[in-house]
Design a protein around this ligand. Structure first.
Ligand code: ADP
Length: 550
């Protein structure tokens, strides 16, 4: 090692470099100053580079910087050697340092070219700024998008919250509605179940889809049995037509309610009267679509009505009998007259036969008179029998004018006896009506007898009874019985149709009440009015239209 160093430093072999400058102080000073300045500058660069490398840990290619630093350090050293060799001819050391510098510069050059493509690929500051700007824009863009997203998210959350609140409200409302519906259904169901009248719902096939307890009890079938039965199946044979009509009415969808009275045959064969009321068919969307019907058992009412009707008939017969009783003397006289004539004509015939030769023409005339009087007496008797017979009311075609004439024939004697003159004005072409002839005659008889009674006390004027029949605009047959009697005062007129109202000492007060009920049972009307110019007028109107069932 020592020999290598002494070899490097062999000044004895060479002359100092200053000699080449002839030791001219200015030239030497120039070289010394220049080389020293260069060396100083060169030495400062590696320090700066090392400092820079140390500080910038993210630096790309730090090796290049280190190599460059070493290379420049070596270059600086060559300039130091330039100063050194001015006085010391250590040219081997100088050459060695240059060789090191050469190796370092070549290595650095190679390294620089090697990393050149990579270094070129590194973005420039402008590019970095551009990229930075783009990135900034991108970030801004993203931030805006994020803000919009956040806003959309907030809006969505608000919507969700609002919808949730609405849904909760809707759920609460529905729960409320359901509760109301349940309460309503329970109320209706309890009414349906607990109702004292029968309630049933008929389905589209006219079967009892539902029937309450009351209806099941009424008819004797269970709800299940009724489901395979329809109204026609339980309706009495004679009333099926009414039931059919009702079904057709309901099926036709007419809006009105429909009521009918008919008979049902119960499960045990009993027959009951019912009043059935149906309404329009229920909405098909309701839980139990169909036609609701309310069924009332009116058997008792019908029985009471029947009893009332029978009582009225009995009363009517009784008053008729009473009236006929009143007429008994007149009727006896009425029959006595033709009987007297018969006896008289019989005796005359005997006399005509006793002469010789017998006067047969006279006998024939006498016998004709006997037959005619016999017929008259027989007619009176048959009329009386008709009025007195105890038969049930019977309806048929009635000629109102003929009925009036027959009553007048019955009362002729009574009228004569009370010096009542009768004026009859009967419209000839009156249509026949369907009615109970005897009952109709009872009404006319009652009005005639009342007229006679009202004129009993009249002494200062003519006693006139006017009977008129006519046809009004609605084709009602109107019969008027007017008298010139005492008349009716306003207060009495209100009450004369009440039962037991009478102003007569021996009156029953039943005549007008029964007459009114008879006329009303014939769908007619009976009324009273002041007579013109004096007395009272009673009238009744009966419908004559064909098809009136009485
Ligand atoms: P009654 O003849 O037994 O009294 P009615 O019912 O026939 O029963 O008559 C009731 C009452 O109406 C009579 O008592 C009488 O006061 C009154 N009345 C009926 N017809 C006439 C008439 N033509 N004129 C005046 N009053 C009459």
């Amino acid at each position: 090692m020592t020999s290598f160093l002494s070899w490097l430093m062999s000044p004895q072999d060479y002359m100092p470099h200053g000699m080449c400058f002839l030791w001219q102080p200015e030239l030497i000073a120039l070289h010394v100053a220049s080389d020293s300045a260069i060396a100083l500058a060169y030495y400062s660069i590696p320090i700066a580079l090392i400092y820079f490398v140390n500080k910038r840990t993210d630096l790309a290619f730090p090796t290049i910087f280190v190599l460059t630093g070493l290379f420049i350090l070596a270059c600086g050293t060559t300039h130091i050697m330039g100063v050194w060799t001015l006085w010391n001819p250590d040219y081997r050391l100088d050459g060695g340092i240059k060789a090191v510098t050469a190796v370092l510069s070549i290595g650095t050059a190679i390294a620089i070219w090697k990393v050149m493509p990579l270094a070129l690929a590194l973005p420039s500051t402008a590019q970095l700024q551009q990229a930075n700007k783009a990135l900034g824009e991108e970030i801004g863009h993203r931030q805006r998008a994020e803000a919009a997203l956040r806003e959309a998210n907030a809006e969505l959350e608000r919507c969700v919250a609002e919808r949730t609140a609405n849904l909760q409200e809707e759920v609460l409302r529905r729960r409320g509605t359901e509760a109301t519906l349940r309460a309503s259904e329970a109320r209706w169901r309890s009414m349906f179940e607990a109702s004292a009248v029968g309630i049933a719902v008929m389905d589209q096939d006219n079967h009892f889809a539902a029937a309450n307890e009351a209806f099941q009890r009424m008819i004797g079938y269970t709800g299940e049995e009724l489901q395979s039965l329809g109204p026609l199946d339980i309706t009495h044979e004679d009333d099926r037509e009414t039931a059919q009509e009702m079904l057709e009415h309901v099926q036709s969808g007419k809006p009105e309610d429909y009521h009918s009275e008919k008979r049902y045959r119960c499960r045990d064969g009993r027959v009951i009267w019912v009043r059935v009321s149906t309404a329009r068919a229920l909405d098909p969307d309701t839980p139990l679509p169909g036609t609701p019907a309310i069924i009332e058992d009116i058997t008792e009412r019908k029985r009471a009505e029947g009893d009332l009707h029978n009582a009225r008939e009995a009363l009517s017969r009784a008053t008729r009998l009473a009236m006929m009783g009143e007429l008994a003397a007149s009727i006896a006289h009425e029959i006595n007259q033709p009987l007297g004539a018969i006896i008289m004509n019989g005796n005359a015939c005997r006399r005509f036969l006793a002469v010789t030769p017998p006067d047969l023409d006279e006998v024939r005339d006498g016998l004709d008179a006997v037959v005619s009087d016999g017929n008259r007496a027989s007619e009176v008797l048959s009329r009386i029998r008709a009025m007195l017979k105890n038969a049930a009311p019977e309806r048929g075609e009635v000629d109102v004018n003929k009925s009036i004439t027959e009553v007048l024939a019955l009362t002729r004697q009574e009228l004569q006896q009370h010096r009542v003159s009768v004026q009859v004005d009967l419209r000839p072409d009156l249509p026949r009506i369907v009615a109970d002839r005897v009952q109709l005659q009872q009404v006319v008889l009652n009005l005639v007898m009342n007229g006679i009674d009202a004129m009993r006390a009249i002494a200062d004027r003519a006693r006139i009874l006017t009977i008129r029949s006519q046809l009004d605009d609605q084709r009602n047959i109107v019969v008027n019985v007017a008298d010139s009697g005492v008349g009716l005062d306003a207060a009495d007129r209100e009450r004369i149709f009440e039962t037991f109202f009478t102003t007569k000492a021996a009156g029953m007060g039943m005549g007008l009440a029964i007459s009114k009920s008879i006329i009303e049972a014939h769908h007619g009307r009976l009324w009273a009015a002041p007579g013109s110019p004096i007395g009272a007028m009673f009238a009744f109107a009966l419908p004559s239209a064909s098809g009136v069932s009485l």
